[in-house]
Design a protein around this ligand. Structure first.
Ligand code: SOE
Length: 384
């Protein structure tokens, strides 16, 4: 629980206030009430294009000032960190300008819409680091306590040599062909579909949990609904230019094999992120729909007694749990963002490079681009 001291402040400016903006706002407000961060975030200014809407969002989410132009936000003298929660097509512009203006940056995932944009962001982060500013990309699921525990167990060798990873991230909000053609369905705004949005989490988790980079992929993407109604209600339709679903296999540098499946058309699956890790000494499984649990199998035990057991990840000795509730009371999706804020504040206070860095975000982008290339080359072998 927080101590009664007054740490220095970190004045935050945020661009975007929809789903992710709301999640980040709650995190910035909560982090100092639960943990004891070395910097105290101040919700200084919120930016959005519509003056009335951004003011209403600022009042609701607790921001002091508003801006309608992100350029004005990044130039403000009373901002230390810019939090980028906009669609992917503006990440690079805003993050590079903010870093060049001497601000720290937190940027939502995926880092960018292309490898080129991500490279420019890494170059800006490198320049900024020499001046003392840091950049981090927001892969929030790393901060789910059960997945942080999974990483700890893998690093301790409890699974032995990792052989196979299976990661699924399935949603169903695009199952209905009448779902409108919003920005997430347009390549120029979103970069890609389920692959970039959900596959980015899967790739980051595969690499983060295993401690190994992806070195080769073979993939397939598909758009099941190719035309959707325009969001203006006119009745006209437009072309969907991103994938609805993607599947790929990958080889990791340590020799493990991974298979990844992502979808926005998996009827009945709302936000089903599942992770399975298999090594020669044990295995772990996780399901975001039961996010306070991790299942662990110790393969070194007598087979007569071995088997998956459920670890309830709510002990104060589990990652991030020391600040929260007594054992068994459980956390949710939004807490991952609070943990992200806590870790970032720690890194900033120590002057460390935060993790995941923009370099990590670029690596994920390269893997996603390789999957798209593989899918486009469509090397299909027909059974004869
Ligand atoms: C939408 O598919 C979305 O909000 C993603 O953009 C998030 O990263 C994921 O956490 C939940 O689903």
């Amino acid at each position: 629980m927080p101590q009664d001291t007054n740490p220095p402040t970190l004045r935050v400016g945020m661009v975007g206030y929809a789903f992710m903006g709301a999640a980040h706002s709650l995190a910035w407000r909560t982090v100092g009430r639960v943990f004891d961060p070395p910097l105290r975030p101040e919700l200084t200014a919120l930016c959005g294009r519509d003056a009335g809407a951004v003011r209403a969002a600022a009042d609701r989410l607790g921001w002091a000032h508003t801006e309608t132009d992100w350029r004005a936000l990044v130039e403000r003298d009373d901002i230390d960190l810019v939090d980028v929660c906009t669609p992917g097509d503006s990440h690079a512009r805003i993050a590079v300008a903010a870093l060049d203006a001497g601000k720290h940056v937190l940027c939502e995932k995926p880092l960018a819409n292309s490898v080129e944009e991500a490279e420019a962001m890494v170059a800006a982060a490198e320049r900024a680091r020499h001046r003392g500013q840091q950049a981090m990309v927001g892969f929030n699921y790393r901060r789910t306590p059960a997945l942080a525990l999974a990483r700890r167990l893998v690093a301790q060798g409890r699974l032995g040599t990792l052989r196979q990873l299976r990661i699924g991230y399935l949603q169903d909000w695009l199952t209905d062909p009448d779902h409108p053609l919003t920005w997430r369905l347009r390549r120029e705004a979103a970069g890609s579909g389920a692959l970039g949005d959900l596959g980015a989490h899967a790739v980051d988790l595969a690499q983060h949990l295993s401690g190994q980079r992806v070195v080769g992929v073979s993939g397939r993407t598909h758009t099941f609904v190719t035309e959707r109604p325009l969001p203006d209600g006119s009745g006209a339709t437009g072309a969907v230019t991103v994938d609805d679903a993607a599947q790929f296999t990958a080889r990791l540098e340590g020799g493990a094999l991974a298979s990844v499946e992502v979808s926005r058309v998996a009827a009945g699956r709302k936000n089903a992120l599942t992770v399975e890790l298999y090594g020669d000494r044990g295995a772990l499984t996780f399901d975001l729909e039961r996010l306070n649990e991790l299942r662990y199998h110790d393969h070194t035990l007598d087979p007569a007694e071995a088997g998956f057991r459920r670890i309830q990840v709510t002990e104060p000795t589990h990652p991030y749990l020391e600040g929260w509730w007594p054992p068994g009371h459980g956390l949710g999706y939004e807490h991952t963002f609070t943990h992200q804020a806590r870790d970032l504040l720690d890194h900033l206070a120590k002057g460390n490079r935060p993790s995941p860095s923009f370099e990590d975000g670029l690596q994920v982008q390269r893997v996603l681009a390789a999957v798209e290339e593989s899918a486009a080359s469509n090397s299909v072998h027909t059974p004869v």
